[in-house]
Design a binder for this molecule. Structure first.
Ligand code: SF4
Ligand code: SF4
Length: 334
């Protein structure tokens, strides 16, 4: 493994230029923190949120996806797969991937003339990621923006994350992470010196409901928020609540979240993020069942009512409702 060497204060630090699993890097986002930001999506997540809009980020490893709408059924990929993992189904007329046979060699992707097969995920080194982030330094400077590391769950690759954040700090870049905080606090401590803003999701205050909706209880997450709030390091915590109609948007849950977050040292705001359905095609492309097929998105009026409910309590927190936002502007680099 190559080594990175740089000065941190007066100290020469040498560390391995480790590699990690990245889903994609998006540029020029104005929805993932202050100013114009580059968003780096890590691959891998320990939660299984029923509404997850990036199912391609859930596994740490690279995955093969099939986009049926682009496929002409020419069957070139079928004959080129060395494992006989591809077939054209006579039942539904689609290419089927036998994932028990597929070795993820990704040779089939190059045989498809129509871009109907693609890979999610790429292995990148710390300096490759930091170089990508640093390309937009001028935009960060003029907009007071920076980098936001998202996922998946970026804390699953803690040392890789730490080295990227440290590299960004060396270049004077503002740093934020979007996280569920599902990780051991002793491990989280290694990234604290290099983070300006934590965006933390609170998906449900009731631990049983949290487990039903995400696959895990919420004790570790809430404990970590309290510990972060008492940390000696200087950063901001911004809480986000995904508003999933009928699942976590009761008044009782929203007010319990407000009470938990109020009058703390570092929590500055609560932001309401309306449920959306942008990821459904990706579920299909990866042969993953989407459980919330029948769920509708909340109306703007509903979100504004939730927003008013929290604002009426006149807490110390800034309350924001993310109404009518259609997602990050994108410029894929990988
Ligand atoms: S990734 Fe490789 S093994 Fe899997 S379907 Fe494509 S060619 Fe076959
Ligand atoms: S090569 Fe591409 S277009 Fe042809 S059958 Fe395979 S996925 Fe479909």
């Amino acid at each position: 493994m190559f080594k990175l060497a740089f000065l941190w204060g007066d100290t020469l630090i040498e560390k391995p230029n480790r590699k990690g699993s990245i889903l994609r890097i998006e540029r020029a986002s104005i929805h993932d923190g202050d100013g114009i930001r580059t968003v780096v999506y890590f691959k891998g997540c320990p939660l299984k949120c029923k509404w997850c809009s990036t199912p391609e980020s859930q596994k740490t490893y690279e995955e093969l996806a099939y986009m049926e709408k682009k496929c002409t059924r020419c069957e070139r990929c079928v004959s080129h797969c060395p494992e006989n993992a591809l077939s054209l189904s006579s039942e539904d007329g689609k290419i089927h991937i036998d994932r028990s046979k597929c070795t993820r060699c990704f040779k089939c992707i190059d045989t498809c003339p129509f871009g109907a097969l693609r890979k999610y995920g790429i292995s990148m080194s710390v300096d490759e990621v930091v170089n990508e982030i640093s390309k937009d330094e001028l935009f960060y400077f003029h907009s007071k923006g920076g980098v936001t590391i998202s996922g998946g769950e970026c804390l699953m690759q803690m040392e890789f994350l730490r080295d990227i954040l440290q590299g960004c700090k060396m270049n004077g870049i503002n740093t934020a992470i979007e996280t569920s905080l599902l990780a051991k606090y002793e491990d989280i401590e290694m990234v604290l010196p290099f983070i300006d803003t934590f965006f933390v999701d609170i998906k449900h205050m009731d631990s049983h409901c949290h487990k039903v909706l995400t696959g895990v209880k919420n004790h570790m997450i809430l404990d970590n928020i309290v510990k972060l709030d008492e940390s000696k390091f200087n950063f901001d915590i911004r809480v986000r609540i995904p508003i999933i109609p009928g699942l976590n948007d009761s008044e009782a849950n929203l007010l319990a979240t407000l009470e938990f977050c109020s009058n703390r040292n570092k929590i500055s705001s609560i932001e309401l993020l309306p449920y959306h359905r942008y990821g459904i095609d990706t579920y299909n492309s990866l042969d993953i069942e989407y459980e919330l097929k029948k769920l509708s998105t909340p109306s703007n009026d509903h979100i504004i009512r939730m927003d008013s409910l929290l604002k009426e309590r006149k807490s110390n927190l800034e309350i924001r409702a993310n109404v009518g936002v259609s997602g990050s502007s994108t410029n894929l680099t990988i």
